[in-house]
Design a protein around this ligand. Structure first.
Ligand code: SIN
Ligand code: CO
Length: 382
């Protein structure tokens, strides 16, 4: 699915990670994919992350989900915004909104947050750490974008919201259904509902921080290092002052760390698993009773459709003729025909399994494992 009049190459060259871009309705026929009542229903579910922001410019209060059904009826005249995270994990029609943005690799995509606001509702001027495509789903919203922000930007004191103390608007647009606003990380933005029934779909991305990469990779390495792997100094040379930590000692100590941290192969394996670990493992497709290889073979004989769990994270890394497939934190080493199968699985969220794959024992075995860990299912739910 491609957006009309949207030049991907030009976007990546001139806007991605650089500056905001308004894309006027580029969908073949825009249709709001979610009913507000369904969104409210999701906000009542304990496994779904949601927030209700009440108030407008200057005074906001936040209630965290799960919300009681009665809460919605009790909302007064004050503007309000309901925000629900990872709606794509629960609603296939919302997951389908990601398709036009798949020119960004899977591993950079986070999820789709959906907001519903009444007239004047909004979450206030703020900046995010991530790129976002804000799709206007229903109703209208006035968006303002502003200055570049960072960790030094002044924030208003607020327990739950990171509100900017200053906002210098550089552009302002009224978004109609189907319009899309791209906002790069760090750019101040503020969206206010114009009229009721304002729904916004945020296609969110992620970018690991250096601190989380170092901390988590180091944790992984440390798990495999024995306690007797220690500094040694056979042939120690005398030194004039016993207080000095010599340059030679420092080099050897530093190397103990950098040798491990610079192991690219180990890093690739660790990163693939780390990055594909699901954020919301509650959306569990695993069958109650483990599926057997015989059952899978029977299915495969009829060219079934295989679907990915929308909450699953999949990506792969080429390693010579091999391919490492990462699915929901697990690594699968693929050879021969499983390489092409893994590539198709990562590229398409739903596809018919062709006989060439269906007849391969290695592919069958991979499918069984993926079904039993809840990452894929045959389309009829098996
Ligand atoms: C919203 O949908 O109201 C807020 C989205 C955002 O600013 O990131
Ligand atoms: Co934002």
């Amino acid at each position: 699915m491609k957006l009309a009049n949207f030049d991907i190459e030009a976007f990546l060259r001139d806007y991605w990670q650089q500056k905001p871009l308004l894309i006027r309705n580029s969908w073949a026929a825009w249709q709001n994919p979610l009913d507000p009542n369904e969104l409210a229903g999701l906000a009542c579910e304990p496994e779904v992350e949601s927030r209700l922001v009440i108030g407008a410019q200057g005074s906001w209060t936040v209630e965290h989900g799960p919300l009681a059904e009665a809460r919605f009826a009790a909302l007064g005249q004050e503007p309000s915004t309901l925000l629900v995270q990872a709606v794509d994990h629960h609603v296939p029609e919302v997951a389908a909104l990601i398709a036009p943005f798949r020119f960004i690799p899977n591993w950079r995509i986070d999820d789709v947050m959906v907001s519903y606001a009444t007239d004047g509702g909004g979450v206030g001027p703020h900046f995010d750490q991530y790129d976002v495509f804000l799709i206007q789903g229903h109703g209208r919203r006035r968006w303002r974008v502003g200055q570049n922000c960072n960790a030094d930007s002044l924030l208003l004191p607020h327990e739950d919201l990171r509100l900017l103390a200053e906002f210098e608007a550089t552009d302002e647009w009224l978004l109609e259904p189907g319009d899309i606003l791209y906002v790069p990380p760090g750019i101040a933005h503020d969206g206010v509902a114009v009229g009721d029934d304002c729904m916004t779909y945020s296609i969110g991305f992620r970018a690991p921080s250096r601190s989380e990469l170092i901390a988590d990779f180091a944790d992984d390495l440390v798990a495999d290092i024995e306690d007797d792997d220690r500094y040694t100094d056979p042939g120690l040379a005398t030194q004039s002052n016993p207080g000095e930590i010599s340059a030679g000692a420092l080099d050897a100590l530093h190397a103990m760390i950098t040798e491990k941290l610079s192991d690219r192969k180990a890093f690739a394996r660790w990163f693939g698993g780390y990055n594909s670990t699901p954020k919301y493992p509650e959306v569990d497709w695993a069958p109650e009773e483990a599926t057997s290889i015989e059952e899978v073979r029977e299915y495969l004989a009829n060219r079934p459709t295989l679907a990915r769990n929308p909450a699953s994270r999949l990506s792969f890394i080429h390693d010579g003729t091999e391919l490492l497939l990462f699915v929901d934190g697990e690594c699968f080493e693929c050879h021969g025909e499983t390489v092409a199968f893994a590539e198709q699985l990562c590229a398409e969220d739903m596809f018919d399994v062709v006989p060439e794959f269906a007849g391969s024992a290695a592919v069958q075995s991979l499918i069984v494992q993926l079904i039993n860990q809840g990452s894929v299912a045959f389309e009829d739910g098996e």
